[in-house]
Write a protein that binds this ligand. Structure first.
Ligand code: CAA
Length: 380
């Protein structure tokens, strides 16, 4: 495929990631989903290939690539295993991006470098039991005490929470001033008073872990504050803008896998003495899937390009995320429908696509929140 946003390196990267994903990740994906096992070995191999810090400068352990390269890799990995996709996405776009953009040299040397190399794994904790979409309504509190902050509170829905080494934590440092009192920290899991809850039992992305985090008088050195006190909420929202491009790419991978499986099966499955692909009822489904997938891809690369060119891309990232995630849900549902009864059992692997697609409409901002962001841009 020749493509306006692609250069030769992008095409080579896609071929390389596709081959790796098919050979190394795909054979394990269904089994670890069934058993809810974290793909430790796959993530290590992804790290060795430089997939865990793709957009970070080489100086800080990253691959120094552009956002389109990251989207290509996210799509190809998520096509075979959306769980591996989200683990990679959180480390790249919520953790490494944030540290690279807002961290000082101490943070970059001690935290970003191992995270970008993939020798350590990161997590991002913003949500709390009472504050999901209304993210600034948090209770986690960090009080300055000499050279340390003392952190208390609970975070939930934390992807990589159990398997990570370091966590980005947003906490109130000044009460009564709304989002202007929120600050951002990097917290080492080995700090005293830090513990994790049980892994959540989820509908999809079952081999990525999600859990609550508990902070009980955790002492965080002052030097682990990222940016200035009170910068935290803007750091969170601007980081989520990029995160949404990653999740849109994950959704695109799920949608493309749904189309590929539907084409293959409809050509093989014979009913009434002919392959079901000869029926217009099936052909129209395939055509709609292909058209919507291509439109998702265009929106995602538009957002990625805008980000790399330093233009405002918040609302385009939201458009890419809401559209690609809805396309993933529609495509995977049609894929199961085309497979009939065989689509509903685990053996064929397509029911996993439908289960995995759902979360892309929820995390890193629900479809409703993405529409709020888009509408605010239209009306400002
Ligand atoms: N970048 C930087 N700053 C931004 C911004 C952005 N994209 N959007 C808004 N801001 C600034 C505003 O300008 C404002 O600053 P001032 O007060 O100085 O003007 C400040 O941030 C607050 O903005 P709002 O008043 O618009 O904030 P709000 O409370 O109304 O919220 C929202 C806006 C879009 C609803 C936001 O809260 C939001 O995106 N909510 C969803 C949160 C979310 O995505 N959570 C997912 C958590 S991560 C996850 O899913 C887990 C995982 O592990 C994968």
């Amino acid at each position: 495929m020749s493509w306006i946003y692609f250069n030769e390196e992008h095409n080579m990267l896609r071929n390389m990631v596709r081959e790796f994903a098919n050979n190394e990740i795909k054979p394990l994906a269904q089994k670890i989903d069934n058993e809810g096992l974290f793909p430790t070995e796959s993530i290590k191999k992804m790290a060795d290939l430089g997939f865990m810090g793709m957009m970070v400068e080489e100086k800080w352990g990253g691959s120094g690539l552009d956002t389109i390269s990251y989207c290509i890799a996210m799509e190809e990995i998520s096509k075979v295993d959306a769980s591996a996709g989200v683990i990679m996405s959180v480390n790249n776009s919520l953790v490494c991006y944030l540290l690279n953009k807002y961290g000082n040299d101490f943070i970059k040397e001690n935290y970003l470098t191992p995270l970008a190399k993939g020798t350590k794994l990161g997590a991002f904790s913003l949500s709390e039991p009472q504050s999901g979409s209304d993210a600034s309504n948090m209770k986690t509190y960090a009080k300055l005490d000499g050279e340390d902050y003392i952190l208390n509170g609970t975070k939930n829905w934390v992807t990589n929470g159990i398997n990570c080494d370091y966590v980005i934590v947003f906490a109130i440092t000044e009460k009564g001033v709304g989002h202007k009192g929120i600050s951002c920290f990097i917290v080492d899991k080995s700090f005293n008073g830090f513990s994790t809850g049980k892994p959540e039992e989820k509908l999809g992305i079952r081999s990525s872990d999600t859990c609550e985090l508990y902070f009980d008088n955790v002492r965080i050195p002052k030097q682990n504050l990222i940016g200035k006190e009170g910068d935290g909420f803007k750091i969170a929202l601007s980081t989520l803008d990029g995160g949404r491009i990653g999740i849109a790419s994950q959704a695109l991978g799920i949608a493309q896998a749904s189309l590929d499986a539907s084409i293959k099966y409809s050509k093989e499955r014979v009913q009434f003495n002919k392959p079901i692909s000869l029926n217009q009822g099936i052909q129209f489904k395939l055509a709609d899937m292909a058209m919507e997938i291509e439109a998702s891809r265009l929106l995602i690369y538009k957002a990625a390009l805008a980000k790399d060119e330093g233009r405002d891309y918040s609302h385009i990232a939201s458009m890419a995320k809401v559209y690609a995630s809805e396309v993933a849900m529609r495509s995977s549902t049609q894929c199961v429908q085309i497979h009939g009864g065989y689509g509903y059992i685990k053996e064929t692997g397509v029911e996993r696509l439908m289960r995995d697609a759902k979360i892309t409409q929820i995390y890193e901002g629900t479809s409703e929140i993405q529409r709020v962001v888009i509408a605010r841009e239209l009306l400002k």
